[in-house]
Design a protein around this ligand. Sequence first.
Ligand SMILES: [Zn+2]
Length: 212
Amino acid sequence: MRIGAAWLGRTLPATRTTLPRATTTIYLEIDEERSFARTLVDAPEGGHLVWLVGSQEAITGHLLEHELAHVVLASRFGDSMPIWANEGIASRYDNQRRKIIRQQKLAGFVTMDSWPHLDRLLVGEIRQQWQYAAAVSLTDYLVERGGRTKFIQFVADSTDNIDTALAAHYGIRSLSQLQHQWQQAVREQVSGQQRPTVIATAREAAAPRYVR
Ligand SMILES: [Zn+2]
């Protein structure tokens, strides 16, 4: 409900209907060793299917929320939402460990000056951690620039013509201009994150232990 209000500006209706298209079936397996989560939108047998395998902590902590974000977004887009934006939103509900991994990937792009090409990222699968890192970072960049409602509208329009949608919603001329601006934003974010950490660590080391 919270996810629907945040991104679609509405909560989804509570329902008791047995219509297959309106239901989401969640398969849950508590397993301390494994961690797995998938959502299948518009399954052949009707409705959506969510699989969750993991520790209770992982499932309630972030796996469930990430997958439910996909289900909520399906209420707006069906199965036609561009994958980068779908994962870009859902991954915002991930745990801190995954966020730190993605931050390290972004730092890697900056250090190596080697960047994912947005023309490929925006049309392909998102499977590797660096692809998640780029998708989430690009989502964050655009959401910070224009808010969530505009982002959803942009994503909906982007499937027709990405350059036109960028110009209409963000005043960005083309995908290559977005590439340039996003890289600049990531550079600034990464350098901003690194400096305070170094200072904080230095202060901590210098400060007596009992001072809090
Ligand atoms: Zn996902």
